[in-house]
Design a protein around this ligand. Structure first.
Ligand SMILES: Cc1ncc(COP(=O)(O)O)c(C=O)c1O
Length: 359
């Protein structure tokens, strides 16, 4: 393989990119069939009567500074969900190529692969109880035509991070054969290091980040795909222009200001303390069998009766997540760490769940 892009869909590499109209903010815009007036309700800085820039350049610069990568190494996406989608669309030919996933994991990899017609090749996490990454299984599964391997670390919904040596072993084994996508949606809640050093080491590594969790902007839909410049440029051509909305650009720029980041980091620290407090309290409950170690802003809890646990929480007006269609997560409940008073309320509610032995 001479370039990582040899793994990409060849017909897309030949696709002529869309030529966007000139984007010069100080000119009168009679080139884009927009309205010349703002709505009275439009309080945005830029004006919502005007299309956003074809790519959010200012945001890309701010995010690149934030993550410590070059601007040409970062693609802004609508949530990291869109990054997953564009990767699969860019690299997997329908009916021909596949993606490796390590279940139980984030279900959107499976969904986007299915939408693209890419085969889903499963390399389940180890059965021994902490859901460890099985490197040999991943490499074997990739041998069946995978173009992408998704490694979610910290993993949703199990909560743990994969050891860096295991991730590196996958990268070494599959160099030149598949793109390794490390989804770090929850990285800010982990104590362990991140995978950015792997971006420097390998040309076939992609790292995904999101502002949905750590800076409280799930509603603004902002993610970042970090990759070698040729991968970013190629995927930028697969994404349609003008998709990143002006209100989101303005909100995310505000979220990346120093004062706002300070607030976010204090909240992250609080969530991490609450995670440990909640874990310690949950494990003492009669209906709880195990609380998995977590590097994320949630806990995976194995209970005796997940349905009863969830219903009891629901009666206290609290929603938790069940996984009824995944046998590996039978009787598991995923609990997002909330504010201290939310966590107290949950603990009070589920303290009453009976320890019911399974029939
Ligand atoms: C592991 C993982 N990756 C990606 C996402 C997508 O997040 P978003 O599209 O909000 O950035 C999520 C959302 O829950 C997630 O858990």
């Amino acid at each position: 393989m001479s370039s990582v892009l040899d793994l990409a869909r060849p017909e897309l590499r030949r696709l002529r990119p869309y030529a966007a109209g000139a984007w010069e903010p100080d000119c009168i815009r009679l080139n884009a069939n927009e309205s010349p007036w703002r709505l009275p309700a439009d309080k945005s800085e830029r004006g919502l009567n005007i299309y956003p820039p074809p790519r959010p350049f200012a945001l890309r610069a701010a995010l690149a500074r934030h993550y410590g990568v070059g601007e040409d190494e970062l693609l802004v996406t609508r949530g990291s969900s869109e990054a997953i989608d564009v990767l699969i669309r860019g690299f997997c030919r329908s009916g021909v190529d596949g993606v490796v996933i390590c279940p139980p994991t984030f279900d959107m990899y499976r969904l986007y692969a299915g939408i693209q017609g890419a085969e889903v090749l499963a390399a389940p996490l180890g059965e021994s109880d902490d859901f460890e990454l099985d490197v040999d299984r991943v490499v074997a599964a990739a041998g069946h035509g995978a173009k992408i391997v998704f490694l979610c670390s910290p993993n949703n919904p199990t909560g743990g991070s994969f050891p860096k040596p295991s991730i590196e072993a996958v990268c070494d084994a599959l160099a030149g054969r598949a793109l390794i996508v490390i989804d770090e949606a929850y990285h800010e809640f982990a104590d362990a290091g991140h995978s950015l050093s792997l971006l420097r080491k390998y040309e076939h590594v992609v790292v995904l980040r999101t502002l949905s969790k750590c800076v409280a902007l799930a509603g603004a839909r902002c993610g970042a795909l970090l990759a070698p410049p040729e991968v970013v440029e190629f995927l930028g051509g697969v994404l349609p222009p003008y998709t990143f909305p002006t209100p989101s650009i303005e909100l995310v720029l505000a979220a990346l200001a120093k004062d706002s980041l300070h607030v976010s980091s204090e909240r992250i620290a609080l969530i991490k303390r609450e995670r440990e407090r909640l874990a310690a309290a949950l494990i003492d409950l009669p209906g709880v069998v195990k609380v998995y170690p977590s590097d994320a802003n949630f806990l995976l809890v194995r209970t005796r009766q997940a349905q009863a646990f969830a219903e009891t929480a629901r009666q206290a007006n609290i929603l938790v997540r069940l996984f009824p269609s995944d046998p590996a997560l039978a009787n598991c409940v995923r609990i997002t760490v909330g504010r201290p008073r939310d966590n107290d309320r949950l603990l009070r509610a589920v303290a009453g769940v009976e320890s019911i032995d399974e029939p």
